[in-house]
Design a protein around this ligand. Sequence first.
Ligand SMILES: *Cc1c(COP(=O)(O)O)cnc(C)c1O
Length: 400
Amino acid sequence: MRKVYLDHSATTPVHPEVVKTINHYLTEAWGNPSSIHSFGREARKGLEEAREKVAALMGANPEEIVFTSGGTEADNMAVIGGAYAREKDGKHLITSQIEHHAVLDAFKYLEKQGFEVTYLPVDEDGLVRVEDLRNAIRDDTTLISIMHVNNEIGTIQPIEEIGAIAREKGILFHVDAVQSYGKIPVDVNKLNADMLTASSHKIYGPKGVGCLYIRKGVRIPSYTHGGGQEKKRRPGTENVPGIVGFGKAAEIAAQELEGEMKRLTALRDKLIKGIEERIPEIRVNGHRTKRLPGNANISFRYIEGESLLLSLDMKGIAASSGSACTSGSLDPSHVLLAIGLSHEIAHGSLRMTLGRDNTEEDIDYVLEVLPEIVERLRSMSPLYQRKETCKQKECYAHVQ
Ligand SMILES: *Cc1c(COP(=O)(O)O)cnc(C)c1O
């Protein structure tokens, strides 16, 4: 059976070149980078080269990169560290309702510690209104955290503008760029970011490694204490194989970025258009053009996203309903609710995220299989049957 992986926003396969690099640092260059002998120096060299590559892909200086255990740790470091760094100046913080849980839950933790948080709403495309942000800023606002690209609906936020406002007001600005880094251009200076999060496993690197960019001059407290690694900002013997793998993935992403953006945008548009042509009563979630190249998020009325996922899986197609992190819970996605979907429609949502191995044939296969599955699931849905009967009796309006 054909296997089609359409869940690249959850994680990506490790690139074969990345595997080779990691292997070298597991089997040959396995020294401790803090050691001064040749074994240590070799590991140190790999580590610092990786730092250069990761920094280059976001227009940062290598000294501004702190390696972490992934996006979640970096988000926590930025949000909690940023809040406490500026605690003397105020305790009001701003974020959006559609952030990843790594950011949202860090803010919820801060609320319990006595901070006050404004969660900005978004419009029906998932965009933060810059006017809302301006209005939310107070004299005691010290930190703003807004994601670059949303992991569920792919909407790209006006980060440059938001960053410019934060800069003008002297407020720390953090960007969760896990879904944009390596996929669309990310430049910490253009975005006016003081801190920025990236994660390796979303860009064909290994899991369990990521980084926080911290602009030179910005100081945030460290929550782990130990050795002097990462300039004391994140002590502990470095995950050298993971970090060099991340570096290699960043290097490849830089080379392929432009071509992949064009290719994935075309594939995504083909997928969305094909579904719109073949299946009635659907809604495309997220902004049509301010959108991550590989993201398609669609709600199908009258069916459950979970049943859709299982049926697709039986046909070899791997997708996700809403966010992978909330799959398994019965609550509909906070992002889909924030863009104004009813619980019922949010439940019938499917996220398909494309990546480097996907081809035109993959899309053709999905377009062949999906309409049949949707039709079959709808034919079993009581709501849909009632609607069909009503249509014949012209009472459709009553069941809408
Ligand atoms: C995946 C993801 C994270 C978490 O990164 P991990 O490396 O998996 O901890 C944070 N933010 C966004 C937007 C993500 O998509």
